[in-house]
Write a protein of this length. Sequence first.
Length: 193
Amino acid sequence: MRRRLEVLEGTGLRELPCGLGALASLQHLSLARNSRLTHLPHSLSALTALRVLNLEGCSALTALPDWAGKLKDLQTLNVGQCRAIEAIPHDLNTLASLHSLHVHGCKRLEEQPAVKATVAIVEARAALATASHKLAEVQAGHEAAKKTRNMRRQLATQAQLDAAILLEQDARAALQSAVDSAPPPAAHRLWSS
C-alpha cells in the first residue's frame, strides 16, 4: 500500500501513467517540475485519500480539473509557478480539510478576486485550525494541572492519615512500654487476722 509517490517529480512527463488512479490509498502525490504536463486525467479523481497534491512548476498545466474540488481529504494543494493555469475549481474553498493553497508565481490566478477569496478562506481555515489546536492544548494543560492539584490534595490527605497512624502506633507502643515497665500492684489482704 503506497501512501507517498514522488518519483514522478521532474521527469518531463507530458501525460500521467493511466494506472495512477488505481492507487486509492495514495496520500501524497508530487508531480512537481513536470513542465510539459498539460492536464490531469480524470482517473486521478479516484485518489480520494489524497492529502497533498504538489504540482509546483508544472508550467504547461492550463487548469485544475473540477474533480480536484471533490478531494475531501486534501490538505495541501501547491500550484505555485504553474504560469499557464487560468482557473481553479470554484468549490476548492468548500474543502474543510484544505489548509494550504499555494498559488505563488501564477500571475493569472493571483489577480483573480475569486482566487484571492479562496486563498483567504483557506488561510483563515488554517489559522482557525491552529488556534483550535492550541486551545485544545491549553485545555489539556489546564485539565492536567487540575488533576495534579487533586492528586497533591489526595497525597497530602494520605500523608496526614499515614502520620496519624504512625502517631497512634507510637502512642500504643509507649502505653504498652509503660504497662510493661510498671511494678506489679501490691497485693491486698482480703481477710483480717
